[in-house]
Design a protein around this ligand. Structure first.
Ligand code: G1P
Ligand code: ZN
Length: 543
């Protein structure tokens, strides 16, 4: 076995976004592309010499090949050990757990999350640091700098590792340990939730459908829900991970998990419905007959978490991304604990969790999690819901209605305009930015602007500041519109419009969501002219 130093050209544009580097799979497969980024990661973290890494991904097309490349490069760069999920599989939250459990130097996670997989679809790679969370901006900026100047990378010419075989192997001087991806994660969930109580609920006839969307959580959900908790066979559907997710879009929302949604809205609905995404960090929760928005789910979980053993002493605080609704703030206020508003992307929660300022975090994009790992965690959220249902002996929709009666309801929806021309989207944002100072006091579609600004985040832990994190327009009638450009799209630009309207306690909580948001949506359109500018009559996706 020899270490090869391969010369290469810097590859522009390897800029890790909100969740690492995401590109079309064919781009990652181009000669030296993946290698350049991997070497840039190693260089940006001060080299791989003497380090131990966790490596695994969501099983999409190119996952296994990329892992072989990364292992050879890690060995050539002097890493001492790699902990790899069997067959290259690790859900993102379980990778985060393994990084922490084994006190490693970080991990390389291969995934494009909820984006479709396949040779003509998407691939991604991100680096998580020792705390188990995504690399902060200072580290991703250093990676970007490396990709611009890199002249060579190191790799080992050696045969491939057998990824299917649990146990130890060696690659040059590096040890490789192939682990069962599910067992340590299951033990962690057992330490947080009352498995006996949830098992008894299933035994008494409680029914559930979990849609794994042919993505990585299939084996986890089968082992935990059908194995440990005794849910009947067939509770987990689409449970076998496939390289192309069965041709589907593994994004757990009402649009892409339509089969589950239809079931939950039908007469044949089980008691509870849930789904997870490509790499297992997102979740969707559906009550019989009612979709639970991620913003509401975060609020309900925060209000009831103390019912689960892992959180019985209460929460330290709650954090949400800026575009997420204010529902969880209301819970934090009532509990008398801190609430934090961060930019979009899980990496911003890491410091708050590490500093012990918050216990639970969430994003409107179906991400919810706690301080048990440093990623959002789809199955965790679903198990916490199950634990609450078992304790409160109420249905999920009763719990939701009770929540709205107590706190009022934050009607919420996100409208996505995908793959629009980047120039038009950038111009829309810059024109809007220029308008901000004059908006206060003006009325649009019956909504009067209270204040308008562009969100900047001052991290209370490391004092870093992140600018340009989305434009917020707050209206006097307890409504808000947020405009933001996506950092994970792989085609053109994606403009996200986030709409929110509060209905206080004692008012109608049973309106149709889009109807309840009509005036704030019309106001956002009047202020921005987005339909004409983007050449779109309607959003591609409304969640
Ligand atoms: C999207 C979501 C964001 C999430 C990220 C990674 O990013 O909006 O909340 O953290 O995916 O799952 P965006 O495309 O909006 O930049
Ligand atoms: Zn994901």
């Amino acid at each position: 076995m020899t270490i090869d130093v391969v010369s290469t050209q810097p590859i522009e544009g390897q800029k890790p976004g909100t969740s690492g580097l995401r590109k079309k799979t064919r781009i990652f497969m181009e000669p030296h592309y993946l290698e350049n980024f991997v070497q840039s990661i190693f260089n940006a973290i001060g080299g791989a010499e003497g380090k131990t890494f966790v490596i695994g991904g969501d099983g999409r097309y190119f996952n296994a090949e990329a892992i072989q490349t990364i292992l050879k490069m890690a060995a050539a760069n002097g890493a001492v050990k790699a902990i790899v999920g069997q067959n290259g599989l690790l859900s993102t939250p379980s990778a985060s757990h393994l990084i922490r459990l084994n006190k490693t130097d970080g991990g390389l996670i291969l995934s494009a999350s909820h984006n479709p997989g396949g040779i003509d679809e998407d691939f991604g790679l991100k680096f998580n640091i020792q705390n188990g969370g995504p690399a902060p901006e200072s580290v991703t900026d250093a990676m970007l700098e490396q990709t611009k100047t890199l002249q060579s990378y190191k790799t080992l010419s050696a045969p491939d590792i057998v990824l299917g075989q649990i146990g130890k192997q060696t690659l040059g001087a590096m040890e490789i340990e192939i682990v069962d991806p599910v067992s340590d994660y299951t033990a962690l969930m057992k330490s947080l939730f009352d498995f006996d109580k949830i098992r008894a609920m299933f035994a008494s006839g409680f029914t559930m459908r979990f849609d794994a969307m042919h993505a990585v959580t299939g084996p986890y959900a089968k082992a935990i829900l059908e194995g440990e908790l005794g849910a009947p066979d067939g509770t987990v559907i689409n449970g076998v991970p496939l390289e192309d997710f069965g041709g589907g879009h593994p994004d757990p929302n009402p649009v892409w998990a339509k089969t589950l949604m239809d079931l939950m809205m039908s007469d044949a609905s089980p008691d509870f419905g849930a789904a997870s995404d490509g790499d297992g960090d997102r979740n969707m929760v559906v009550a019989r007959g009612t979709y639970v928005t991620p913003s509401d789910s975060l609020a309900v979980l925060a209000a009831n978490a103390h019912l689960a053993p892992g959180y019985k002493t209460g929460l330290k605080g709650v954090a949400r991304s800026m575009p997420t609704s204010a529902a969880s703030d209301r819970v934090a206020a009532r509990l008398g604990i801190g609430s934090y508003e961060t930019p979009t992307g899980w990496k911003f929660f890491g410091n708050l969790l590490d500093a012990g300022k918050v216990t639970i975090c969430g994003e409107e994009s179906a991400g919810t999690g706690s301080d048990h790992v440093r990623e959002k965690d789809g199955l965790w959220a679903i198990l916490l819901w199950l634990n609450i249902l078992a304790e409160r002996e109420m249905s999920a929709s009763e719990i939701l209605n009770d929540h709205w009666e107590t706190y009022g309801r934050d009607y919420y929806s996100r409208h996505d305009f995908e793959a629009v021309p980047a120039d038009a989207a950038n111009e829309l944002m810059s024109d809007l930015r220029a308008k901000l100072p004059g908006l206060a006091g003006q009325t649009f579609a019956g909504q009067t602007v209270k204040h308008a600004d562009e969100f900047s985040y001052h991290d209370p832990v490391d004092q870093s500041v992140s600018h340009n994190q989305g434009i917020r327009i707050v209206f006097a009638g307890d409504a808000r519109a947020v405009f933001r450009l996506s950092g994970t799209g792989t085609e053109g630009a994606t403009l996200r419009l986030y709409l929110e309207q509060y209905a206080p306690q004692g008012t109608d909580h049973a309106k149709d969501t889009q109807e309840a948001l009509r005036s704030v949506r019309d106001a956002a359109q009047e202020i921005s002219g987005l339909k004409e500018r983007l050449g779109r009559d309607a959003p591609n996706v409304m969640t």
